[in-house]
Write a protein that binds this ligand. Structure first.
Ligand code: NAD
Ligand code: ZN
Length: 243
């Protein structure tokens, strides 16, 4: 493939870069996306399980789904796309922010630090009564639901469900970075879950050079200066890898 020369120049010249990632960046690590093939679990759609209503009706079933996903994530490893973004952070330092919708923790395991996890983490739980956050036990011994270490009440997954608010300050921090970025890079997200989906548009309106990496078109595609119709690993290799 021919290298996207203009985008590579913009990225290397930029002092401020903001990146948004979604489930697509972890597909090459073997973690299925919600939308698209492989998104089902025992015949349930994620939209039917990742909600406060589903949890209120059947906490055990929702926890079993999370325990299954947690075990899957802990067996997976970060891929080249996660690593290229960690490397970009080291180049841009405090001019860089990575915003992820993923709950799989793979960015952190690849070395990313300047990061906002908009939707929480699948490796943590949060007490339903006193809101204490704590890490889940090793997947090999974890039996859901977990109990709060502080008050022994039942804890829920420490993730943001459909219809819930984002963690305090998380979106504000993300929006600030996207509205100031010279280059904004959106990778592997269907751009259907708000408000995360709006970040790319915000950057575009503020004059950033907006790059989207996604094998499919999304609602963001018409706003992008460059759409690379590639998988995350190939797309980021073309943008950030050695020439
Ligand atoms: P999504 O499932 O809605 O969309 C995935 C997108 O990735 C699609 O647009 C698809 O075309 C694209 N894609 C598929 N394979 C790709 C690849 N190899 N490279 C690049 N792109 C690829 O995911 P979303 O937009 O992140 O939003 C859904 C919600 O699902 C989020 O809230 C997130 O918390 C949750 N989720 C997280 C994980 C995870 O942590 N890995 C996995 C599934 C869902
Ligand atoms: Zn508690």
């Amino acid at each position: 493939m021919e290298l996207p020369i203009e985008a590579r120049k913009r990225i290397s010249a930029a002092k401020r870069v903001a990146v948004l990632t979604g489930a697509g960046i972890s597909a090459a690590s073997g973690i299925p996306t919600f939308r698209g093939s492989g998104g089902l679990w025992n015949g349930f759609r994620p939209e039917e399980l990742a909600t406060p209503q589903a949890y209120a009706q059947n906490p055990q079933k929702v926890w079993e789904w999370y325990a299954w996903r947690y075990a899957q994530v802990m067996q997976a490893n970060p891929n080249r796309a996660h690593r290229l973004l960690a490397q970009l952070e080291r180049q841009k330092r405090d001019g860089f922010l990575l915003v992820t919708q993923n709950v799989d923790g793979l960015h952190a395991r690849a070395g990313s630090v300047r990061m906002v996890e908009l939707h929480g983490s699948i490796g943590r739980a949060r007490c339903e009564v006193c809101s204490t956050h704590f890490p889940l036990p090793d997947p090999a011994v974890f039996v859901p639901p977990p109990q709060c270490p502080a008050c022994s009440a039942r804890a829920r997954p420490d993730v943001v469900w459909f219809g819930e608010r984002l963690p305090k300050g998380a979106f504000e921090r993300a929006e600030a970075a996207f509205s100031r970025a010279e280059v904004a890079l959106v990778v592997g997200t269907s751009a259907q879950v708000e408000p995360a989906a709006s970040l790319g548009r915000v950057a575009g309106w503020a004059g950033a050079y907006l790059i989207e990496v996604n094998p499919d078109r999304t609602p963001l595609t018409p706003h992008a200066d460059l759409h690379l119709p590639l998988e995350a690993v190939e797309g980021l290799e073309a943008l950030l890898g050695p020439p």
